[in-house]
Design a protein around this ligand. Structure first.
Ligand SMILES: Cc1ncc(C[n+]2csc(CCOP(=O)(O)OP(=O)(O)O)c2C)c(N)n1
Ligand SMILES: [Mg+2]
Length: 327
């Protein structure tokens, strides 16, 4: 087995660190929002940690991602500082979009995080544009489009994959199939696996266990190799489950009894933690120290967000109209 198939110890620990960052941030977001200290719509990515953590372990800082309202995990995994995300969700001027965007409009080009969007399916054509720019400039950069299973029934999904296939764009289409689009179970809206749709566009389509970093890693590695070699896009369907419904506060009444509990019992974060220890790649004490350091980072991020000012009235039209200040 080579590094193409099995990540090194350092990479496995790096993936676990990103997963833990996502899990612990999510736990804090839910508790702070519940307390009323921050009022914001929140789409929990808990349960989906493995996907962006594995993908990002293989990306460079110049590679870009486009994602959806749920994509706080994708942003954290790619390296957006937690405190900037916290400030954005809290609606503060120090946030990634000056507190004017919230979860639907996070952008942080310095880490290659170009957009979160509330328009289902729209991460894909935007990722195509970034990939086309890299291709035209002769840069080796890849763009990743994250989207949900529900998005695979949107026209933009088909249009974007078709164009990327014809132009051999360096894109990874990563579907995070959490088995629900809002309140509709996947099989009630879609008759085939998302990955099967790749056949119609002549590109590889792979369904993979999106809760297992060791299953994800070789698939992402090969997709990136293909993209960087000018061979075009790959569609990856990573199977997972969201633990907290569509939006925070969702009562989950549309799910079968015990479905969510069964998924939570297979929580990918403690599962990978156990694997690392069992394989002798890390000790309990090492992982506990890593988790404690992340908790401190989150304490600082929350304090930064709470202590930052809200945008003033002069920000109302800025970034909206070209001549906002003279209007
Ligand atoms: C173009 C468009 N159509 C419909 C909606 C309403 N809507 C918001 S979220 C959502 C479900 C999307 O599900 P999925 O793509 O599986 O992503 P998930 O929320 O599960 O991560 C829908 C239909 C929208 N925001 N945009
Ligand atoms: Mg979904």
């Amino acid at each position: 087995m080579t590094e193409n198939q099995v990540p090194s110890r350092a990479t496995q620990l790096d993936i676990y660190r990103r997963m833990t960052l996502i899990k612990q941030n999510d736990e804090r977001f839910r508790s702070v929002i519940k307390s009323g200290k921050i009022v914001a719509p929140y789409y929990s990515p808990r349960g989906q940690e493995v996907i962006p953590s594995t993908v990002s372990s293989l990306l460079s800082a110049e590679d870009t991602i486009c994602t959806i309202y749920r994509g706080i995990h994708d942003m954290l995994a790619k390296g957006v500082p937690a405190k900037l995300i916290w400030a954005e969700i809290a609606g503060k001027i120090t946030g990634t979009s000056k507190g004017k965007g919230g979860p639907m409009h996070i952008t942080h080009p310095a880490t290659g995080c170009m957009i979160t969007t509330g328009i289902v399916g729209s991460s894909m054509p935007i990722a195509n544009g970034l990939a086309l720019a890299a291709q035209l400039r002769g840069q080796p950069h890849v763009s990743v489009a994250y989207f949900g299973d529900g998005a695979s029934n949107i026209g933009a999904f088909h249009e974007a994959i078709n164009m990327a296939a014809v132009w051999k764009l360096p894109v990874l289409f990563v579907c995070q199939n959490n088995q629900y689009g809002e309140h509709t179970r996947y099989d009630l809206s879609t008759p085939v696996p998302v990955a099967d749709r790749a056949k119609a566009y002549g590109i590889p389509g792979i369904r993979v266990d999106g809760n297992d970093p060791l299953a994800m890693y070789p698939v992402v590695h090969e997709a990136l190799r293909r993209a960087r070699a000018g061979e075009g896009p790959t569609l990856i369907e990573a199977m997972t489950f969201r633990f907290h419904g569509h939006v925070f506060g969702d009562a989950d009444g549309y799910m079968a009894a015990g479905e969510k509990e069964a998924a939570m019992a297979r929580d990918p974060v403690p599962a990978f933690r156990q694997k690392l220890i069992a394989a002798g790649l890390a000790s309990e004490a090492e992982l506990a120290a890593m988790e404690a350091a992340i908790e401190t980072e989150i304490d600082e991020a929350v304090a930064f967000a709470m202590d930052s000012p809200a945008p003033g009235p002069e920000e109302m039209l800025r970034d909206v109209y070209a001549n906002a200040l003279s209007a």
